[in-house]
Design a protein around this ligand. Sequence first.
Ligand code: GDP
Length: 696
Amino acid sequence: MEENNYRIERVRNIGFVAHIDAGKTTTTERILYYTGRTHKLGNVDEGTTEMDWMEEERERGITITSAATTCFWRDHRINIIDTPGHVDFTAEVERSLRVLDGAIVIFSGVDMVESQSEKVWRQADKYGIPRLAFINKLDRVGAQFAQTMEMIRERLNAIPLPLQIPYGSGQDFQGMIDLLRMELIRWDESSQGERYEYLPIPKEMEAEAKAFRETLIERLAESDEELLMEFLEGRELSRERLLPVIRRATLKGYVPVLGGASLKNIGIQPLLDAIVDFLPSPLDIPPIRGIWWEGQNGDRRRGEKVRHADPGEPLAALAFKVVTDEYAGRLIFLRIYSGRLERGATLLNSTRGVKERISRIFHMHANDRTEIEAASAGDIVAVVGPHELSTGDTLCDPRDPIILERIEFPEPVLSAAIEPQTESEEKRLTEALHKLAQEDPTFKFRVDSETNQTIISGMGELHLEILIHRLTRDFKVTAHVGKPEVAYKETLVQPVEVEERFIKQTGGRGQYAHVLIKFEPLGRGEGFVFEDRVKGGAIPQEFIPAVREGIEEAMQSGPLGGYPVVDLKATLIGGSFHPVDSSDLAFKTAGARALHKALSQGGAELLEPIMEVEIISPNEYLGEVVDDVKVRRGEIKAIESRNSTQIVRAEIPLAETFGYATRLRSLTQGRAVYSLKFARYELVPSSRKEEVLKGR
Ligand code: GDP
């Protein structure tokens, strides 16, 4: 059993993030090659790369899963967490950002800072992730290294630290000039870029290299007083002197910039060096926080706990991805934040309150895996064994439990009915849906209690399409899928106070529950809040959870169209009970009936999901694109012009986005691209409401 003795400061948990097509797959694949994990160079265009092991990704040429792969460079272990590029999978991006410590943002030197890279950049900002920038495709005609770097400063509000500049451009691109060594790096084509050499900087590049190095040192001096002094004194600053300063600056949010052409095998090894030299180890990031309950049953208080990246502390790990693997079964990817994880251990799944056994532990590589006996704080591994451990759950030492901050996922907004082709497939369909839902927290399914139909829901048309495709391919279930439907919701309009007596006397033991509840509307996205303000034991404590449950159950189906009811607060203010006839069931029924009453007295309204849309269109189609947005009840938020394109930011109700891809293609002769992301729920205008409800 190899390689699990890397000291924690020699571990890097990183991810590559990029706009689709910037070259993330190619770069990752080159990295796996040079670090010795794969034996031949793949090519995305032929569908043979190592990371894109899911067939969909091959077919679509995009990376949608979030597997982790381990490789080694300069005696460091680098765990690469794969991040998806398509915006329909924002949840996947967030989930992977949550468990990585540093990121490499890849830009295409031709397309520069695309609005999608901007989005990913902001997400990384949100999690405070230190990052490097790699400007790729410098071999393409029109590639702009300096401009891209400038855009990182202007549009992304970061301070770029140029570590290299390109030598030559387009067809004539020959290598990178290293500004720390002040040497030219040239790669040897015949060795597939495996060999490279340092040469003197060509005369004609000397001035430019000096100028960029000056910029680098000035920016570093801003971040480091000692360096500033040495700089002002005119001292010679060696590479060894600068490396630790750059590292500290990177951890503070400065962004080292490197470049190359992954496809031409140029620039990869210095990028690996930069990952090791500048990106944080698990020791460099803040300790993780979580919660647990203290005290006895009657008086349990929520307390905060902190765990450090220390193998000596009790175990805390977060499951960030579940994959159903044909051979291994359920494979769960874990980020270990503290303690040690050992094979055979029985641990607590604190999120669900169940014990789980670890039967095997692996380091995953792109196309094989290494079984290990144990892993410690800071590492990323895959395990087999736990049955109930799902994405977002915490696994911890049962003697010192903790629940780590959950990863937040948006609720699915689009649903469709699904039906197996034959009755015999019904059980398999349900099993497959269970597995898919465990893997992907933004995918849900349920059985409609009225129609008995199975309803699946996800984040958009493409998301559902991919899931359905997986059903057929991976689970061999053929199913008929209905028209996708918007996940409408219902909510209360006005505050009301309702009294509900649920009393039944039919000889023998009867039923008795009496509640007085105040219902109030809450703001969008605030969900459901229940408060107990019953005084003097008018309702015994033991029945109060039942009232809450009754309300929650009734909220699953609203009065307008049977849509879930959201955003309201229920305050239980009074009631009464009967010493013999009162029961949980009676109070539950009373709670449910109270909610129905409240919605009929206070009124119910329909809510619909609103999507944020960003369209990048050539100038000449701007008029058509904008008009079309308006026809879709859309609201233009901003139009930004960039070179020969326009970026339109708008909000459109999800209901009006069906078939948008096709429409946009025909409006702009296929030259515009767009992305769609859930923003929030809003009231459906009354003119639309009837139409929506007519269909129910
Ligand atoms: P991803 O969508 O970010 O994963 O990008 P890919 O790695 O799939 O690359 C997208 C396309 O750009 C593919 O056709 C690659 O062959 C091409 N590509 C990637 N890197 C380079 C590069 O350095 N130079 C050129 N000319 N093409 C590249």
